[in-house]
Design a binder for this molecule. Structure first.
Ligand SMILES: [Zn+2]
Length: 406
């Protein structure tokens, strides 16, 4: 039996902060929670009584094999799968050191993220739990076609989904619009019909995995929502030209279905900071519309659309320690309370990824994935940057802010 003493406990359910609690952990799972003070004498004690303890963070959108340099496309085109795997090893370690104990990887190549996930599970290397889509499904020449999974009609997308699941995918991703990383694609125009996306929804449900749809533009958001995907990535409501075209009826449908948005706010913020505003034309266009996009997000939140935290880590200027920056944006730009931002990377994120009851909250029955930080991030979200310890499945994996080898 382990006893973890928490000075402040933020349990990830949205409940108020509890003071001086003891978490009882056995076989990597939380067995019970009580007041600190009556610790059994034979227990292994982890004393975090001077710190705030919260669930291990979940980043719902990463690309572990992307380089997060000024030009990740150049790097992924130039590098072979072995080089991508080495990048992934470093990325996973950085994420864990940031307090991220679970990631959903929404695009790699050649099954590299499956190998990475398996090596972490076997404790060969340090890293978070990985739910991996493998290669995203896209149209011929479409967004991220260089990741190798092009499919152009209903039968083809179905086969693509089955192939990816067979080779080890534990979630799926479909590109519902073009993307800024892929020249020649259009972010404001749909890549797939409702029927085509629905075929992938069917396959995801059959395999009990979730389906993410990349959709920057409104046309793709509309089709993906009608098809019943689990999450809409980016969700920027852009029209075919450089205008914002919010569709309230689609947002209402998202809220009714529980389709979550993963707005990935941090890459643009960090690109602006890193380049002093000297960004590509497409990104400049996006930045000009950012205030309007944020207004859409605030409206979605008011309508009850779940909004969860994902960084798109791996894309330009976005390393694997960017999740605190995303949570700060949810507070400062979308108007979340710090506690709501924490929810977006813990309890709500777990629910969105189909992991309710397993991860994302420090309550009896769930896996003991937790972090300890200085201060109180439920008051000051920036405090989430000061990670002192990370525990994954009851094991200390980061101590004194240093990632341990397994
Ligand atoms: Zn992405």
């Amino acid at each position: 039996m382990q006893v973890i003493l928490a000075g402040r406990l933020i349990d990830g359910t949205g409940a108020a902060v509890q003071r001086d609690r003891a978490l009882y952990v056995e076989d990597g799972k939380i067995q019970g929670i009580g007041p600190a003070g009556d610790t059994p004498s034979d227990a292994e004690v982890i004393d975090l009584s001077g710190l705030a303890v919260l669930p291990g963070l979940i980043d719902c959108h990463v690309h572990l094999v992307f380089s997060h340099t000024d030009n990740p496309l150049r790097d992924v085109l130039a590098e072979d799968d072995q080089q991508l795997l080495l990048r992934g090893v470093a990325s996973a370690r950085q994420a864990l050191g940031t307090g991220i104990t679970t990631v959903r990887d929404l695009g790699g190549r050649g099954g590299v993220t499956f190998r990475l996930r398996d090596a972490i599970e076997r404790e060969l290397i340090a890293g978070p739990r990985i739910f991996a889509a493998g290669s995203p499904i896209t149209i011929t020449g479409g967004h991220c076609n260089f990741l190798g999974l092009e499919a152009d009609d209903e039968a083809a997308v179905r086969t693509a989904a089955r192939r990816e699941l067979k080779s080890g995918a534990t979630c799926l991703k479909i590109m519902a619009t073009g993307g800024r990383m892929t020249p020649g694609t259009n972010v404001g125009i749909a890549q797939y019909s409702v029927a085509e996306i629905r075929a992938v929804v069917d396959e995801a449900r059959r395999a009990h995995v979730t389906l993410a749809a990349h959709a920057i533009g409104t046309a793709g958001i509309r089709n993906a929502t009608a098809a019943g995907v689990n999450t809409i990535e980016h969700c920027s409501w852009l029209g075919p030209t450089a205008v914002v075209e919010f569709d309230e009826s689609v947002a209402i449908q998202m809220a009714e279905q529980g389709t979550a948005a993963v707005p990935t706010l941090v890459p643009v913020k960090q690109a602006m900071a890193a380049t002093g505003g000297k960004v590509s034309e497409g990104l400049r266009e996006h930045i000009a519309l950012r205030a309007e996009i944020l207004r859409c997000l605030r409206r979605m939140a008011a309508l009850g659309v779940p909004i969860v935290a994902g960084t798109d880590a791996g894309v330009a200027w976005t390393p694997f320690n960017s999740l605190p920056g995303e949570l700060e944006s949810l507070v400062s730009e979308v108007g979340f309370t710090p506690m709501q931002a924490i929810q977006a990377a813990t309890g709500s994120a777990a629910r969105t990824l189909g992991l309710d009851g397993v991860l994302g909250a420090l309550v009896p029955g769930r896996t003991a994935d937790l972090i300890a930080v200085d201060g109180d991030p439920s008051i000051r979200i920036d405090d989430i940057r000061s990670v002192r310890m990370v525990v994954k499945g009851g094991k200390i994996v980061v101590e004194n802010a240093v990632v341990l080898d397994p």
